[in-house]
Design a protein. Structure first.
Length: 221
């Protein structure tokens, strides 16, 4: 599915968020740079077309590993981040091809809700991170509260986004899946609880958009 929509993926992301998704990634990397001055190895997991990886490059890592299951997304990533330090590979988050305790950061933007076996993936991310390594995600979660704005946004996401997304991407179903993947995902509190049960401690979390899009920073212990 992601191979199919790859040509229009960036355009639709920026359209749906009115360009705010780019700002959220920039803010994430600014936050990470305030914690440490040097990160040697960074994993951009479910890297997609490379928007998060492009921001990670501002941290001047020795190597950035952009890992995704979609070859077509990785091709766009390669053209977007024209840096020999960006190592691209097709990889499954349930079985990462890296040694233990290798990365200083693992980052995922708008991808973790697509992981079929969340706890297994969290265990793999925990394995490949250094002790005290950071795990930073940006994601759309099930709202903690039901209010007028969230109900209105749900209607927008349920009706408008699939209609326009499928039209722009020439897909019959991809953006219906996008809506359902958000609607069926857990709350940010539930995600943090699961992560804490799998070897992580919460460092920071903040809302990017209403009660829906959050950034969460965790540390391996």
């Amino acid at each position: 599915m992601f191979d199919e929509i790859s040509p229009s993926y960036d355009r639709m992301n920026h359209l749906m968020s009115a360009g705010q998704d780019l700002r959220w990634r920039k803010k994430a990397v600014q936050y990470l740079s305030s914690i440490e001055t040097k990160y040697k190895y960074i994993l951009d997991l479910a890297s997609g077309s490379g928007d998060f990886g492009r921001e990670f490059m501002k941290l001047n890592p020795d190597l950035l590993f952009s890992a995704d299951f979609s070859i077509e997304m990785l091709k766009i990533n390669r053209n977007k981040i024209k840096n020999t330090n960006n190592c691209l590979l097709k990889a499954d988050a349930e079985n990462l091809p890296f040694q233990d305790c290798f990365f200083d950061i693992c980052g995922i933007s708008f991808g973790i809700r697509n992981f079929e076996k969340l706890e297994l993936c969290l265990k793999e991310i925990h394995r490949v991170l250094n002790i005290n390594g950071l795990f930073f995600i940006i994601e759309m979660f099930k709202p903690l509260h039901t209010n007028l704005f969230n109900r209105t946004f749900k209607q927008y996401f349920n009706k408008f986004v699939p209609l326009v997304g499928n039209l722009v991407s020439h897909s019959k179903y991809a953006y219906n899946y996008l809506h359902s993947s958000v609607d069926n995902f857990i709350s940010v509190d539930s995600f943090i609880s699961i992560a804490e049960n799998n070897g992580f401690s919460l460092i920071n979390r903040y809302s990017n958009f209403s009660d829906i899009v959050y950034s969460v920073c965790l540390k391996k212990f």
